[in-house]
Design a protein around this ligand. Structure first.
Ligand code: SF4
Length: 334
């Protein structure tokens, strides 16, 4: 359904490469998560995956195909026609995207059209949006409110309803739970689970919340400074092979953790300028060897796990001698 290959984005004014040669695939019913720290390229990847690179960024290499259509080659009109009907993105700041003086039913319902392009009236819109909002804790009265009358979390859920209301085949969610409290986060996850399973909707979930990704997704892609460094199936038995994925996992807060008991990943991820030289994580990695700063890490495959690291083979062997390990050398499309 969605195929991204070799995608490289460049921001000329800042002279940085927010995404470098990233590939991914989402089919109907798939749940794929992209994880990484802030500034790692998740938002840039999410927007480019619907054919709208973030302002100030351009696609310099690669392709984005959705249901066989090259999204980057489509005219604005044809791309807008697909948007919301067959694929939809819920941006991180969705709560700031509604018209400030319009009631929410009107803003959210703008994406609904009758055949022939006719707009729907209030009652018709409410019939579509209320059943989607109610399981996420939205009340009927919320739809008549103006944006300033609702909390950030309520508006974020309205944004999710707006993305779902046309029954798209693919949903791209950028940090969908960041404005939600624990109760509404749980409601949202439960509803998304049921709604996507019933319809076979594919989801690309971009989040820094590794706990959410591990609990909800089937497959996890780890992005660091715009490069994919590991791809692994989600689940409790899977052990990350890349030092960055392990650091992310160690820093993830779990239920029952004492406040402040988890430490952030050490150091800072600086944006990538041009092409990476050696491993982009070398300056933060406690396991780096001389080679890491000079040569691009090779792709190592271990079963359904793929990792780009010079030392990955040595990490697989101690815990599973039966694993099929294959080092494939450098691969351009990640
Ligand atoms: S390639 Fe080297 S620096 Fe990069 S993650 Fe692996 S061990 Fe660390």
């Amino acid at each position: 359904m969605l195929q991204v290959c070799h995608l490289t984005l460049y921001a000329p004014r800042r002279r940085i490469t927010p995404v470098w040669r990233v590939g991914l695939e989402v089919r109907r019913g798939d749940r794929t998560a992209v994880v990484g720290e802030s500034g790692g390229g998740k938002t840039s990847l999410a927007w480019a995956s619907v054919g709208y690179p973030v302002p100030g960024q351009t696609v310099v290499e690669g392709s984005v195909r959705f249901e066989g259509v090259d999204l980057l080659a489509l005219s604005r009109e044809r791309r807008a026609d697909l948007y919301y009907r067959r694929l939809a993105l819920v941006p991180q700041n969705v709560q700031d995207t509604f018209h400030p003086t319009q009631p929410l039913w009107k803003s959210v319902g703008e994406v609904l059209r009758k055949e022939g392009g006719r707009r729907l009236g209030r009652q018709e819109i409410l019939e579509h949006v209320e059943p989607l909002g109610a399981p996420m804790g939205l009340l009927a009265s919320h739809w008549d409110a103006r944006p300033h009358e609702l909390s950030g979390g309520q508006k974020q859920r309205m944004g999710l309803v707006q993305a779902m209301v046309n029954d798209p085949h693919l949903l791209i969610l950028d940090e969908p739970t960041h404005a939600l409290d624990e109760l509404n986060r749980a409601r949202f996850i439960r509803f998304l689970d049921r709604w996507t399973s019933e319809r076979g909707v594919g989801v690309l979930l971009c989040t820094h919340d590794l706990g959410l990704a591990a609990a909800w997704a089937d497959r996890i892609l780890v992005l660091y400074r715009g490069c994919k460094v590991e791809e692994l199936p989600a689940g409790p038995m899977v052990r990350p092979l890349h030092p960055y994925t392990r650091a992310l996992l160690d820093s993830a807060v779990r239920l029952g953790d004492a406040p402040g008991s988890r430490s952030a990943v050490r150091g800072h991820a600086l944006p990538l300028e041009g092409e990476p030289v050696g491993c982009g994580y070398a300056d933060r990695c406690a396991e780096a060897v001389d080679l890491c700063g000079r040569e691009a890490p090779p792709l190592v495959e271990a079963g359904r796990q793929r990792v780009w690291c010079h030392c990955a083979v040595g990490r697989v062997k101690p815990f599973n001698n039966q694993e099929q390990i294959e080092s494939k050398g450098e691969e351009r499309c990640r």
